[in-house]
Ligand binder design. Structure first.
Ligand SMILES: [Zn+2]
Length: 341
């Protein structure tokens, strides 16, 4: 049933054109009242010669809440063939089973630079097609029961994805959102959960565009998403200084100098915020990055005039945002997030 839609969609059509497709292809409405997305071409584990899993694949009787975008942090290959996509699928599975000791590939799906989508963890494809259950993966520390993940081949810290990868990512995420009734604001990056660079600053920066593209396919409005910043060694400025004051408020021995050095990394790591590396992280250790889970541990409601370290952190950010401190001003979590964005 999906073959004709798939064939039509493979040309890398624009979002507008996909939307226009609704006029000629019968489109069912899902429970949320939005349009159903076309099913992209996806290659199952048997197609790429996966090893059998090393244990039980857990299938939860619930839908995932979030769709999570990753990058493999591996090489940015120029080989766009299907055979190469199969090869990286095998490489990831071997790495996850042999080096990480997992039962199977951690992610449910893999997307190659050539725009080829493969099934990662066994059963992910049939369960996604079913649209009511969730294959539990291993890709977001502390959140695997509520997240379905896509590993995108490559490293996107400084460079952009290929057009082919982008097109297949939009199609796959739209299909997932359609199958599970996930709204576009629940399309997130790995760094929205764990203290990690993943999915790379460039690809992460395109997530608003991805949400808009998926919203256009589904015909649903896109609510804005507020996120926490990622700070890492070498960064400097008021956000780093605020983080240092908040770490000092927790008893850490770090200088509040606004420069992210070793002491700041060690102190952030010691907090034990949720962390999980991706397939082949090129950063030696991202566990001391100050990211979403770190901020969630660090920030608390505080009067802006508080003489302690938390108050100092608040004033650093208020000042950086050109705000004056009023006598009765209390900084709550929502305001911390606004000041840090
Ligand atoms: Zn990741």
């Amino acid at each position: 049933m999906a073959v004709s839609r798939r064939a039509v969609l493979r040309g890398g059509l624009t979002v507008t054109a996909v939307g226009a497709l609704g006029a000629t292809v019968p489109i069912a409405a899902n429970a949320a009242g939005s349009r159903a997305a076309a099913r992209p071409t996806m290659h199952g584990t048997a197609d790429w010669g996966a090893r059998p899993p090393n244990g039980t694949i857990t299938v939860l009787d619930r839908k995932p809440t979030y769709i999570v975008v990753h990058h493999t942090a591996g090489g940015n290959s120029s080989d766009k063939s299907l055979e190469h996509a199969f090869e990286i699928s095998r490489g990831i599975q071997n790495f996850h089973m042999d080096s990480r000791g997992w039962v199977d590939s951690g992610q449910q799906f893999t997307n190659s630079r050539g725009g080829h989508i493969t099934e990662g963890r066994h059963r992910s494809l049939e369960v996604l097609d079913g649209g009511v259950q969730h294959v539990q993966g291993a890709h977001v520390g502390g959140h695997n029961s509520e997240t379905i993940g896509i590993e995108n081949e490559g490293l996107y810290t400084d460079v952009d994805v290929t057009p082919e990868l982008w097109d297949s990512l939009v199609q796959l995420v739209a299909y997932m959102a359609s199958q599970y009734g996930v709204t576009p604001d629940l399309i997130r990056g790995h760094r929205d959960f764990n203290a990690t660079e993943c999915p790379g600053t460039v690809l992460y920066g395109r997530l608003p565009e991805l949400r808009d593209a998926v919203g256009a396919v589904l015909g649903t409005p896109v609510k804005p998403v507020r996120t926490w910043p990622l700070l890492k060694p070498g960064d400097s400025g008021p956000k780093v200084r605020a983080a240092q004051h908040l770490l000092r408020a927790r008893g850490a021995d770090v200088p509040a100098d606004g420069v992210f050095g070793r002491a700041t990394f060690d102190a952030a790591k010691a907090l034990g915020a949720d962390y999980q590396p991706c397939y082949a992280s090129r950063v030696a250790d991202e566990s001391g990055f100050v990211g979403t889970p770190t901020w969630q541990l660090l920030v608390r409601e505080v009067p802006a005039t508080d003489p302690g370290e938390a108050g100092k952190a608040a004033r650093v950010l208020l000042s950086a945002n050109g705000r004056r401190v009023a006598a009765n001003h209390v900084v709550d979590t929502a305001e911390w997030q606004r000041l840090l964005s």
